[in-house]
Ligand binder design. Structure first.
Ligand SMILES: Nc1nc2c(ncn2[C@@H]2O[C@H](COP(=O)(O)OP(=O)(O)OP(=O)(O)O)[C@@H](O)[C@H]2O)c(=O)[nH]1
Length: 382
C-alpha cells in the first residue's frame, strides 16, 4: 500500500529538486492569532493535507519556512500566534506580502489590533507591501452571518487604521473569505500569488491568445499540486468554473500515481524508483507501458518511447449536463504547470488539430517565461 496521500511527494516536487539550487525566494508571511488557521492553510495548500486532518495540527511554537516553487520561487513563513513586530526574526521589509488570518467568528479586539499593528509597522518600512486579510473558516457560518461578520471585520480594521492616522485610510487592503473545506482558499491564495509574478501580463496574454484561437470561454494556468492558478485569461473568473477545474485537477492528482510503470526503472534518472507510484517525469522518455493512457480513456497517447524525449500528459472530460456542449481539457505545459481550458465540444472534437497546435505554442511561451523567471531568481542571489 502506498503512503497516505498527504505524504506522497507531488509530481512537481519530485521532478524538480530546486531546493538544492540557491535561488532568491519571494517571501510571504502568514500572521494571525492562535488557532486562526495559519498552519492549516499551509498544509492544505502545499502539503496535500486533507482538510479534516488539520484538526490534529500542533500549535506552531516557532517560525517555520516553507519553500514553494511555481512560476517564481516562494518562501512562506508560518508564524506562532503570539509573534509581534519586535519578536519577528526578520524586518518586515524582507516580505513582499503579509497574509493575516482572522477566524470569521473572532469579532473581538485582539486580532484587529494585531493586524493594525503589523500594517502600521509594514507601511513604515515598505509602502509597496501587499496586505491580504483572510477572513477564515468562512464555511462555519450561514450565508447571512458570513457576510455580516466579514463586513464587521472589514469595518473595524478600517476604523482602527483611521484612528492610527488618516494616511492609513488609503492603504490598499485586500479582504478574502476563505476556508480549507472548499476551493475559496485556492482562489484567495492564487490572487495573493498573482501580485508577486512580474511576468503575469505575458502569461495572461498567452492565455488570451489561446482563448481567442480556440473559442475557449475560460482558460487557467494552474500549479498542478497546490491547485493555485498562476494566471488566467481576461474573462472574469466565476466560482463554479474555478471549482470544476480544481476538482478535475484533484481527481487527476489522485489517479495519476495509480498508473505506475511495471517496466524496470531508468537507472540513469532514478525517477521511478525514488517515488513509487509517481507519474513519470515530463522530460523522461516514456517506457512502452507508459505509452498506454495512464489517466483515462480520454487521455491523448503520449509520444512513442524512443522517438521523443518529452512526455506531457493531457486529458479531457465532457461537462454535460453542467455545461452542455463543453469539454474541460488538461494539458501539462511544464513539470509544474498545466493549462486547463473550457472548450466548446465541437471545437475539441472537430478541430482538435487546431487545439493541439495552440497548446504547443502556449507551452513554448510559458516555457520561455519560466526559464526567464528561473534565471532571474538564480541571478538575484548571485
Ligand atoms: N472549520 C474550519 N476549521 C479550520 C479551518 N482552518 C483551520 N481550521 C481549524 O482551526 C484549528 C487551528 O488551526 P491551526 O492551523 O493549527 O491554526 P494556527 O493559526 O496555525 O494556530 P497556532 O499554531 O496556534 O498559531 C484546527 O482545529 C483546524 O482544524 C477552516 O477553514 N474551517
Amino acid at each position: 500500500m502506498g503512503p497516505p496521500q498527504h505524504q506522497q511527494q507531488s509530481y512537481s516536487n519530485v521532478v524538480k529538486p530546486k531546493q538544492d539550487v540557491a535561488v532568491h525566494r519571494t517571501k510571504v508571511i502568514l500572521l494571525g492569532t492562535r488557532r486562526s488557521g495559519k498552519t492549516s492553510i499551509l498544509q492544505v495548500l502545499f502539503k496535500n493535507l486533507p482538510p479534516k486532518q488539520t484538526f490534529y495540527l500542533e500549535p506552531t511554537m516557532r517560525v517555520t519556512k516553507h519553500a514553494f516553487d511555481t512560476v517564481i520561487p516562494l518562501e512562506i513563513w508560518d508564524c506562532p500566534g503570539n509573534i509581534t513586530v519586535d519578536t519577528l526574526e526578520a524586518p518586515l521589509s524582507d516580505f513582499s506580502s503579509i497574509v493575516f488570518v482572522i477566524d470569521i467568528r473572532d469579532l473581538y479586539q485582539q486580532p484587529v489590533a494585531k493586524l493594525v499593528e503589523f500594517i502600521v509597522a509594514a507601511c513604515q518600512v515598505n509602502r509597496n507591501i501587499n496586505l491580504e486579510v483572510f477572513v477564515h473558516k468562512a464555511e462555519k457560518l450561514q450565508e447571512d452571518d458570513k457576510i455580516e461578520n466579514f463586513r464587521q471585520i472589514h469595518e473595524r480594521v478600517m476604523d482602527r487604521l483611521a484612528d492610527e492616522s488618516p494616511e492609513y485610510e488609503q492603504v490598499p487592503l485586500n479582504f478574502h473569505l476563505t476556508s480549507v473545506y472548499d476551493h475559496s482558499l485556492q482562489e484567495a491564495f492564487s490572487r495573493v500569488v498573482h501580485k508577486l509574478i512580474d511576468s503575469l501580463p505575458y502569461l495572461e496574454d498567452l492565455l488570451n491568445v489561446f482563448c481567442s484561437n480556440t473559442s475557449s470561454p475560460k482558460a487557467f494556468l494552474f500549479d498542478t499540486t497546490s491547485k493555485l492558478y498562476v494566471a488566467t485569461d481576461a474573462s472574469p473568473v466565476d466560482q463554479a468554473t474555478h471549482n470544476l477545474c480544481c476538482d478535475y485537477l484533484q481527481m487527476l492528482n489522485s489517479f495519476g500515481p495509480l498508473y505506475k510503470s511495471n517496466a524496470s526503472p531508468d537507472p540513469r534518472s532514478g525517477v521511478f524508483s525514488s517515488v513509487p507510484g509517481a507519474p513519470p517525469h515530463p522530460n523522461t522518455p516514456p517506457t512502452p507501458a507508459e505509452s498506454l493512457d495512464y489517466l483515462s480513456s480520454n487521455l491523448d497517447p503520449p509520444p512513442s518511447a524512443s522517438a521523443k524525449p518529452l512526455f506531457y500528459p493531457s486529458a479531457s472530460t465532457s461537462l454535460s449536463p453542467s455545461h452542455p456542449g463543453t469539454t474541460l481539457t488538461y494539458h501539462l505545459v511544464t513539470p509544474h504547470l498545466a493549462l486547463l481550458a473550457l472548450l466548446p465540444t465541437t471545437v475539441y472534437e472537430i478541430r482538435r488539430g487546431l487545439v493541439e497546435w495552440n497548446v504547443v505554442w502556449f507551452r513554448e511561451g510559458v516555457g520561455e517565461i519560466w526559464e526567464v523567471e528561473k534565471e532571474r531568481s538564480e541571478g538575484e542571489l548571485a
